[in-house]
Write a new protein. Structure first.
Length: 275
């Protein structure tokens, strides 16, 4: 019990100090600019809306541009590299076996391998400007399974624990997946959500720090993808921006202005055997 109170006192002092730094040293002009800019990028799609976010005139160009590289029309010299025999590049998946879920041991292995923090150096497997690590990995569970019940969990890479911050009833979880996360009903019953502590992002590097935070999301999702495919065959993942930003963030118990969810990453088995 004594250790519990010591830990609570330490966390209270640390939070108070953080609040003091944020209120005293974050330039308000920068903070307001970033918060407004981020909100301008959010999405709100009403249930069963037939509105197409992509202009019809853009669709033919997408068919041409997707899966291509940007190369110059003019160059001074072309140098052939040694030919690679690598042809098995693993891309994203959208077709999953929803009946087979990750058990608790598999999930523990996956999260620890991707997001664990080195206890001596304090580093993680992905880079973070200024070692601030402002991106919080959440685990969203839409169906009770094994030891996890529906709701939102924060992964703690130091203690290697999941901290449940919000519970969902069955109807609420269904509504969130069907309407808040657009067209996600055929996706697995679990995903990673990346939330950005915007104040932590900008306090050192100001506006540039917001860019660093988004780069970190990309690095985290790639590390998670590598850990997933290293763990097992017959698995897949897909990064996802199709969700109502503010509603999902609020449903996860987070502040929509200061700690918004910026990306989802669904993962699961892609066939019935997992081999």
């Amino acid at each position: 019990m004594k250790n519990k109170y010591v830990s609570l006192e330490h966390n209270t002092v640390e939070r108070s100090f953080t609040d003091y730094i944020y209120s005293s040293y974050i330039p308000k002009k920068v903070e307001n600019y970033i918060l407004k800019f981020h909100q301008s990028s959010t999405l709100l799609k009403l249930p069963d809306s037939k509105h197409q976010s992509i202009d019809d005139n853009v669709i033919p160009w997408l068919e041409y541009a997707q899966y291509t590289d940007i190369t110059p029309d003019y160059y001074e010299q072309k140098i052939n590299l040694n030919t690679s025999t690598e042809v098995n590049v693993i891309g994203s998946y959208r077709s999953f076996n929803k009946e087979r879920l990750f058990n608790f041991a598999e999930l523990s292995q996956l999260l620890n391998d991707a997001f664990i923090r080195d206890k001596q150096k304090g580093s993680k497997k992905y880079g973070s400007a200024g070692a601030l690590y402002p991106i919080v990995p959440l685990v969203l569970v839409f169906q009770d399974h094994d030891t996890l019940t529906r709701g939102v969990y924060v992964y703690d890479g130091i203690e290697q624990t999941l901290l449940k911050i919000k519970s969902w009833a069955k109807d609420e979880a269904h509504h969130i997946k069907k309407y808040v996360c657009h067209d996600a009903m055929d996706l697995p019953e679990i995903c990673i959500a990346y939330a950005a502590d915007l104040r932590r992002s900008i306090i050192k590097y100001h506006i540039r720090g917001y860019r660093h935070a988004l780069i970190e999301v990309g690095a985290m999702s790639q590390v998670f993808k590598n850990s997933l495919h290293k763990m097992s065959k017959g698995v897949g993942e897909v990064s996802w921006s199709g969700f109502n930003d503010n509603e999902l963030t609020k449903r996860c118990g987070l502040n929509v202005r200061l700690c918004p969810i910026v990306m989802l990453q669904w993962f699961g088995y892609t066939d019935s055997t997992g081999k």
